[in-house]
Each structure stands twice: as structure tokens, then as C-alpha cells.
Ligand binder design. Structure first.
Ligand code: ZN
Ligand code: ZN
Ligand code: FE
Length: 765
């Protein structure tokens, strides 16, 4: 019997070639009807016999386009409409719910073939794309996702492009960024002085390849912003780039033409290979090979390299035609946001780049490269941005009203949530300068517009001086109807972990990081909480130590080392015969000691990050850092290879009272000093230090299980980017029979905090 079937699909089904796929499928099954986009996703109506409809439906799921992701299918039957043929209908706006906008997609294999086909009309065209690939999120100015609402608006399609765009059987049917050398965006090469290069006029790509081979630094405008590129095997060029980017010695990411090339530098397992090749094309942190030919200046003191594959046609051209391995680092100075406009890059990157490879397809929203790695066979995203955003995180509950969570101060992201979905923004950065603050504010209004969501609830960090908190409070003062909820930083960390794992019950949360505002006025950061989605109880933490000089103690770990020594030995630590004490500047030391003794400018902290800093400084790693967490990462990288002889870990002291556990740093520091006096290898000290942390938290959690009968543990906070700490603690807890939740799709660091804030706010309003 003939029936009229309506199918509603939601998920990532727009901007990924879904409608032409359905069109072709319906024709194959000879079913009349139509397909259209609506604001839930895709709507399909067909009429036919039961058999044919069933087969159609099965094929719809089995053969759906590679970049699509069907999350929900709704089916119902309607009275017969007697369709004559199958067609693609106009988009329908129903005015509710989230429309999901596709993330940016790496160049697909079909486009890549055409890119290098001398016969193709898009041969070597750096902006080739189709419905399966190309820019999306970064070019969207408004919805619906239509060319006129993207930065492709100024380009009029030529006859041939228009014909492809209108043909439902074509791979470029309704591909909004569709373009060709005749009608689309163009490259242009300029020198730092702003002249168009004679040499580069007719072939900028070839000219840039030559410049890179000569060791020049070129700013390359990409998908989400500018990169600074240079030859990664040219020691002098890499050093020059490093010194021009100022104090910043964060590791540089590398781009290589294929997985085989990456494998010459790093070890790659199948999961890592899958991530490298995924359409998100993130930077994947990989272990360096023993004899890795890359300049030490690429990632000083790191055992890992961040590598990625080319993801835009321009990258493919540059990599293949230059034959080089390229450093591709964000086009910014220090902590400013990545440059994305041409004029902005030419001013801000002046003095860093020798040349600028620019183009005229604007980037509406800047988005840094995402960074990820594989830990224990599972992905752990460290920076979630291009290629991941704006894919929503699906939750196990529905938000009672739309929420905007403003995120923390460092590694800021914000989060817009509604129904059962949370959209975490692209990486905004450290909210410490005007540029970043503007990018944060613009980002929020853009998200509200493209996701059609006006928040009724606003969540923010408890720190009154965070720019994100001030923004939230300011907004709420202008909109009295807006419900405000302040959320404690480490509670937000734990809840972000619970949310991404679909857990809603109370767990033992271990939140280890650098800095978070505590309601008692201290700086928290080594916390054990009993927490669920709405509330928490602090049941343990590191004993407070002074942070002499406040913020400065973060940039100068030697200050923390002094503070821990003072706590462990009192004023007598000056008599210790260790290199750290010998190299102390007596004048500075006296100032510091006076601060500690009088308590002036000495906030108290329970931070685990600061303990890492202090130990790193004591072992002689570094007394100053250029970014938060640097000393800790270097300390982790000192640990000798696994399989190295075990050492007896340090012993520890925990003060167990009824109000909770206070973990003492005293005995740990004393044993570190003893090892230094004995001349132990810094690597051994590092390992014993990591091991004692594992034992401490395992013991605390075990006692809590006895006292509170909770068998589930969540691990969150920036310190859990430390793979040694994370995997060893997880392993030990699992051996003891705990269920352990860790991060995967949401970063364990502050990049995940906004999700936790949104959830906590929902359960407190
Ligand atoms: Zn393509
Ligand atoms: Zn064209
Ligand atoms: Fe944090």
C-alpha cells in the first residue's frame, strides 16, 4: 500500500551535502516527494510502497555523507499528497531550537584529486571546496547557512560555478563557499614593507615555497586565522621565529605533507593516525622518535611534538610544492588572539614575518588550531577549537532555560546551552588584554545570533575581578530579568567532567590545577570535592602556603620554592647546601622572607600547580616561566622512560580531621631536598614526586569511600594534562575498584570550565 512518510533528521546534517544525497537516493528508489533544511535539521517527505520506503530509510542511514552525523530520526505518516517527482525545497524556518552549524572541514579526497589534476579547471586553485569540505563555521556571519550570510557574499559565481551550485547531482550543489579561479577568492603575496612582490604576482604559491626554502618567515592566512610558517629543519629560521615572537617559548606545531612523513619524526599508533587524518585535522601531540631531526628550538625540553596534516587546499599546495616540513604556529604575539584580518596581521605581525601570503576571503570568526592527544587509548582534547567547534556536547538532561556561561580568565571559552545541548565556544585565550576581551564579547554576540538563543540565565566564576565575571555582572545589571549564578572554579571543573560523561550522581572529584578562586579568599588548586551537578562539599586540599608576590609567584616559581622551603624548614632553610639556595639572590630573598613573615602581598594557596612549580625550581629546571604550567610540563618530561627501575616513592603526611583532609607539602619537600643533597637525578626526583601525588590521592579517595560510600571518582583540572599523573592515578584507582571518569571531548584544563558553569547554573536557578 502506498504511504506518505515524513522523516525529520537532526544532528550535523546541514552544510555537509545532505540534500543532494537525499535527492539522488530518492531518485534511485523512485520515490516522489521533497527534502529541505529546517531549523531542526533536515526534513524529508516521500510517497511510496512500504518496501521502497523501508529500503530508502535504511540507505539514508547507511550511506549518509561522510561528514554528517545523524543524532535523531523522527518518523511519522501523513495523508497522501500525491507527489509527482522528487525535488529540493526551500529552507524552512520554524523558529525554535538550535540549528547546528557545521564545523570547518578539511579538504576532501575528491577536491584534492582535482587540485592536482592539470586538466581540472581548479588545478592548483587554493580555495577549492565542495559540500563535503571547506570552510563553514569561520565564514558564517548569520543564519540560515546561505552564501549571502557568509564571507563568500562579495564573490559572484561564474556560469560554471553557478551551474554546479544549482545541480542536485553535483558534488557542489548548494556548496556555499563554491568558487573557482575565475570567480573566487585570490591569493596575494606581500613583503613586510607592504609591496606586492613582483616575483609572486603570477604565482604566489611558488614564490612562497621558494621564500620558505630560503629560510624566510611567512605569515600565511589560513582557515581560522594567520599562521607563521618557516622551514622546521632550518635551525636558524626556527630560532629567528622564536626570538621574534618574544619570550614565548611554547612549542611550535609542525605541518607535514602526509602521515608517512610524520612517522619519520614521531611514533604514531592507529588511533593517533585516525585523529591526524580526521576532517577536524587537529594538532596531535605525538612522542618524538629517539633521533628526531627537528630543531630543538621547535619544542624545547619536550618529548612530544605537535604535528598536523594539511587541511586547506593552500596547505596542500605549500607542503607538496615546497617539499618542506613546516613550522605552523599561531600568528600572534605572546598571548594576543591569533590575527585573522589582513590589515591586522600586517600591523601586529610586523617585525615577525618577512612576507605575508594573504587572500580576500574574510574570516568572520577566528579559530585556532585544535590540540589533542591519545591517552590510554582515548582521545583527550587539550584545545578545542577549529574543526571541533561548534559541534555541541549532548547532555543527559535538558536545560530549564537557555544559559550563557562566561568561562574563566585563562584559556577562556564560553558556553551557550539550551535544550539538551551545550555549545562550547572556540578557544578565546587569556582574558588579559583588550584584544582578547573584544574577541570574547564579539564571540558571545555572534553565538547568540547564529544559534538564535537569548540567554535567561548567566553563569560566571566567583572571582570578582575576572574580566569574564565583570562582563557577566555588567550584562545582568542591564538586564534585570537575567538570573545570575556564580560558580566555584573547581566545582565547574568536576562538573564539566561529569557532564561530558553523562554522570549526574555525587562523586569524589579531584580537581588539580593552577588557580581558582576559593570562597574563603584563598587561591584553590589542589582540591578534593564531593560534588554533583548542583553542589559540592570541600573534603580535602593541600595545606595552604603563601604565594609571595601574588601573581608574580606564578611567573617566578623560585618564589614558590622559597615558600615551600620556609614551610618545611623555617628560616633555617638558608643553611641548606643545595644549588637552589646557593644561587638565590640574597637581597631579593630577604624581601621575599619579609613578605612571607608579615603576610604582605601573600595570598594563601592550596594549588597543585604551584607545588609542581616549586619542585621544578628546586630541582634546577627553571626559576621563571613564560606561560602557566611550563615548569610542570618540563618536570613531567624529565621522568625517565617507563621500564626504568622503580624507586621507593616519597612518604607523605595527611592531617585527617572530621572536617577533611589537609595534605601537607612539608614532608614531600624535605624528601626532595634530601634527594638533591644526595645528588639524585632530577628525573628520579620528578618520578618520585609524581608517584607520591598518585599515592596521596589514592589514599584520600579510599578513605572517603569508607566514610561516605562513594565509589566514583572524577579527575579534572589542568594538572591532568600531565599524562603520567593521569594514567597512574587512574590505573591505581581502577585497581582498587573505583569507577573513574576522565576528560575526552572537553579539555581537562580551563577550556572546559564554561561547560561546568553552565550545568551548575542550571541546577541552581
Ligand atoms: Zn571537497
Ligand atoms: Zn567560478
Ligand atoms: Fe582551572
Amino acid at each position: 500500500m502506498k504511504k506518505h512518510l515524513r522523516i525529520c533528521l537532526s544532528g550535523v546534517v546541514q552544510g555537509v551535502g545532505f540534500r543532494p544525497f537525499v535527492y539522488n537516493l530518492a531518485h534511485r528508489h523512485q520515490l516522489p516527494g521533497f527534502v529541505c533544511n529546517d531549523d531542526h535539521g533536515v526534513q524529508i517527505e516521500v510517497e511510496g510502497e512500504d518496501d521502497a520506503s523501508d529500503q530508502f530509510l535504511r540507505a539514508l542511514i547507511d550511506e549518509s555523507p561522510p561528514q554528517s552525523r545523524i543524532e535523531k530520526i523522527e518518523k511519522n505518516y501523513l495523508p497522501l499528497a500525491y507527489f509527482k517527482e522528487f525535488h529540493i525545497d526551500e529552507s524552512r524556518i520554524l523558529g525554535s531550537k538550535f540549528v547546528q552549524i557545521s564545523r570547518d572541514l578539511a579538504t576532501c579526497d575528491d577536491c584534492l584529486r582535482e587540485l592536482f589534476d592539470t586538466e581540472d579547471r581548479r588545478y592548483r586553485y587554493p580555495f577549492i571546496n565542495c559540500t563535503n569540505c571547506g570552510p563553514r563555521f569561520t565564514i558564517v556571519r548569520d543564519i540560515p547557512y546561505d552564501r549571502s550570510f557568509t564571507t563568500m557574499d562579495p564573490f559572484w559565481m561564474c556560469r560554471e560555478c553557478q551551474a554546479e551550485y544549482d545541480d542536485p547531482t553535483d558534488r557542489r550543489f548548494h556548496a556555499q563557499p563554491n568558487a573557482c579561479p575565475v570567480c573566487g577568492p585570490r591569493l596575494e603575496l606581500r613583503s613586510a614593507e607592504g609591496d606586492r612582490r613582483k616575483a609572486g604576482e603570477d604565482d604566489p604559491v611558488a614564490a612562497v615555497c621558494e621564500l620558505l626554502r630560503q629560510g624566510k618567515i611567512v605569515a600565511v592566512r589560513g582557515l581560522g586565522g594567520f599562521h607563521l610558517a618557516c622551514d622546521a629543519l632550518n635551525e636558524e629560521a626556527v630560532q629567528r621565529l622564536r626570538s621574534r615572537k618574544y619570550r614565548d617559548d611554547k612549542p611550535f606545531a609542525l605541518m607535514m605533507k602526509d602521515v608517512e612523513t610524520i612517522a619519520e619524526f614521531c611514533y604514531i599508533n592507529p588511533h593517533e593516525e585516525m585523529l591526524l587524518k580526521s576532517s577536524a585535522r587537529p594538532i596531535v601531540l605525538l612522542n618524538k622518535r629517539k633521533r628526531c631531526p627537528v630543531s630543538e628550538a621547535v619544542a624545547p625540553k619536550y618529548r612530544t611534538l605537535g604535528a598536523m596534516l594539511p587541511y586547506s587546499p593552500l596547505h596542500h599546495l605549500l607542503l607538496r610544492e615546497s617539499g618542506l616540513v613546516l613550522v605552523m604556529t599561531s600568528g600572534n604575539v605572546c598571548d594576543e588572539p591569533i590575527a585573522c584580518r589582513n590589515d591586522e596581521a600586517m600591523t601586529r605581525l610586523e617585525g615577525i614575518a618577512d612576507y605575508f601570503l594573504i587572500h580576500n576571503r574574510d574570516i568572520h570568526i577566528r579559530s585556532d588550531d585544535s590540540v589533542t592527544r591519545v591517552v590510554n587509548g582515548r582521545e583527550m582534547v587539550l584545545r578545542r577549537s577549529r574543526g571541533y567547534v561548534p559541534d555541541p556536547i549532548k547532555l543527559s538532561f535538558s536545560f530549564s532555560k537557555p544559559v550563557l556561561a562566561c568561562g574563566p580568565e585563562l584559556k577562556n571559552t564560553f558556553c551557550l546551552a539550551r535544550d539538551d545541548l551545550a555549545i562550547i565556544s572556540h578557544h578565546i585565550g587569556d582574558l588579559e588584554n583588550l584584544e582578547t576581551l573584544r574577541s570574547f564579547e564579539d564571540g558571545i554576540s555572534h553565538f547568540q545570533k547564529i544559534f538564535h538563543t537569548e540567554p535567561e540565565l548567566i553563569a560566571y566564576d566567583l572571582h570578582p575581578n575576572y574580566l569574564s565575571t565583570r562582563y557577566a555582572v555588567g550584562l545582568a545589571s542591564r538586564r534585570p530579568d537575567l538570573v545570575q549564578v556564580g560558580v566555584q572554579h573547581h566545582h565547574a571543573h568536576i562538573v564539566s567532567c561529569l557532564a561530558e560523561n553523562g554522570v549526574s550522581e555525587r562523586v569524589i572529584g579531584i580537581a588539580l590545577d593552577g588557580t581558582g578562586y576559593g570562597p574563603d579568599g584563598a587561591i584553590w588548586g589542589g582540591e578534593v570535592l564531593l560534588a554533583d551537578l548542583s553542589s559540592y562539599e570541600r573534603v580535602g586540599h593541600f595545606g595552604y602556603v603563601p604565594m609571595p608576590g601574588g601573581e608574580r609567584a606564578i611567573r617566578e616559581p623560585w618564589r614558590m620554592a622559597v615558600s615551600y622551603l620556609y614551610r618545611a624548614f623555617g628560616g633555617d632553610f638558608i643553611d641548606l647546601d643545595i644549588p637552589f639556595v646557593r644561587r638565590l639572590d640574597r637581597k631579593k630573598l630577604n624581601v621575599l622572607l619579609r613578605m612571607i613573615e608579615s603576610g604582605t602581598n601573600c595570598p594563601r594557596t592550596s594549588s597543585c600547580g604551584r607545588l609542581f612549580d616549586g619542585v621544578a625550581s628546586l630541582t634546577g629546571l627553571r626559576d621563571r616561566v613564560n606561560y602557566e604550567g611550563q615548569a610542570a610540563v618540563e618536570l613531567e618530561n624529565l621522568i625517565p622512560d617507563p621500564g626504568f627501575a622503580m624507586h621507593e616513592p616519597y612518604s607523605f603526611e595527611i592531617d585527617k580531621s572530621d572536617d577533611g583532609f589537609i595534605i601537607s607539602s612539608k614532608s614531600i619537600i624535605k624528601q626532595v631536598v634530601q634527594d638533591i643533597e644526595r645528588g639524585s637525578e632530577p628525573g628520579i626526583i620528578s618520578r618520585k614526586f609524581h608517584d607520591v601525588l598518585v599515592r596521596i590521592f589514592a589514599e584520600v579517595v579510599e578513605e572517603l569511600r569508607v566514610r561516605r560510600r562513594i565509589n566514583k571518582v572524577a579527575l579534572s583540572g589542568g594538572c591532568f594534562q600531565n599524562v603520567y599523573l593521569l594514567t597512574h592515578l587512574q590505573e591505581m584507582l581502577e585497581l582498587k575498584g573505583f569507577t573513574v571518569y576522565t576528560h575526552s571531548r572537553v579539555p581537562p584544563n580551563d577550556g572546559g570550565v564554561s561547560l561546568g558553569q553552565a550545568v551548575v547554573a542550571n541546577f541552581n536557578s
